[in-house]
Design a protein around this ligand. Sequence first.
Ligand SMILES: Cc1cc2nc3c(=O)[nH]c(=O)nc-3n(C[C@H](O)[C@H](O)[C@H](O)COP(=O)(O)OP(=O)(O)OC[C@H]3O[C@@H](n4cnc5c(N)ncnc54)[C@H](O)[C@@H]3O)c2cc1C
Ligand code: SF4
Length: 393
Amino acid sequence: MADPTSFLRVPREERRRTPAERLRDWREAHVALPERGLRQQATRCMGCGIPFCHEMCPLGNLIPEWNELVAEGAWRRAIERLHATNNFPEFTGTLCPAPCEDGCVLAINSEPVTIKQIELQIIDRAWQERWITPCPPVARTGRAVAVVGSGPAGLAAAQQLTRVGHEVVVLERADRIGGLLRYGIPEFKLEKRRLDRRLFQMRREGTIFRAGIEVGVDYTVDRLRSRFDAVVLASGAPVPRDLPVAGRDLRGIHLAVEYLTWANRVQQGDVAVSPITAEGLDVVIIGGGDTGTDCFGTALRQRHSRWCTSTSALGRRIDAARRCPGRPTRPSTGPPPRTRKAAFAGSPWPPSPSSVTLNTGCAPFRLWADFVTKPGRFIRASRPSSSCPHSSR
Ligand SMILES: Cc1cc2nc3c(=O)[nH]c(=O)nc-3n(C[C@H](O)[C@H](O)[C@H](O)COP(=O)(O)OP(=O)(O)OC[C@H]3O[C@@H](n4cnc5c(N)ncnc54)[C@H](O)[C@@H]3O)c2cc1C
Ligand code: SF4
């Protein structure tokens, strides 16, 4: 340990751009700490004999090791330890909900080590210093592997397989590589330059990417079998969960990923204005998970939405009547309600005819029926993946 009593003296510090700043653009929220400050944060790590942070990390990241290396200023060794378990620390450093910090022993009676921020700054520094270069295989095995799907799972598999010498072809149904990193998760959570930079590295290592090919349709399974020695299926969970209830077909109800995909296409420069926009509308989002909150942030940035309210699966209101810049808001009717029932008693309800609903598919049916019996405009969100939205790890 660089400083065994640091955790007693140094308070936790991390920086974010203010919400007001963030609403003005689509950039990420993170702000880097100066090197001295970050190293001090790393010294807060107690180097626990049984590091619960490590156990809580779905990747088994060697957290106390790289904390210590950062505290010592050994950045290059820190990125090596980070890459030992994690192909893409820039994705997890921006997107992961950091269960490691929940597990951190310091969190028992204090604030946890800023593990996620340290991770992100290690990888950002490594890119800045040009330490991350392509690692092509030293020898070829002569075997070919197809990877179906180019989300984080497919990309990590493809990188590992390429590096050990196989010929790897990634087949992707969408027109761009990246899966939900590309078209689901908004720019303000993951700037796509991070993804493009990795793809450039992977191409230089020898991974072949083929976008716009749907396996099973454009590329038959028989052809896959005859062309490749092995196939990795990493197709994610692309089927949204629908709610077959009365009124589902009302105008303006959309799936979240459809809504977010268009918002991402605007950021990529494909279209100037999203065909599904919250502009000028009141917005109701049902579902307070990652997908719901991403819809929330997107609607707020589509500046002309007038107010935006969101409920979680349990009916808790996660943020009521957030006013969008320059627009009038409706009054909030008191503190967030505790029960499902109160959620609606306490909200400005029912929504006005111009309301838009984003629904993550986990809302109770009764609630849904309340919505759809009102004439209005609704957007409905899908539940993104099979169970946990954090299954990418
Ligand atoms: C809005 C949203 C926000 C999220 N936010 C977070 C977050 O903050 N933190 C977090 O950890 N996780 C988050 N997640 C979850 C995370 O994005 C997923 O868990 C992760 O992307 C799953 O990775 P994957 O590679 O398994 O699948 P995906 O990313 O879904 O990629 C699968 C790919 O396979 C392609 N494909 C499917 N079928 C075929 C076929 N037949 N032929 C060719 N290609 C095919 C698809 O087009 C897709 O590109 C979020 C998800 C969503 C929807
Ligand atoms: S649990 Fe917290 S204090 Fe202990 S090793 Fe992990 S990051 Fe450091």
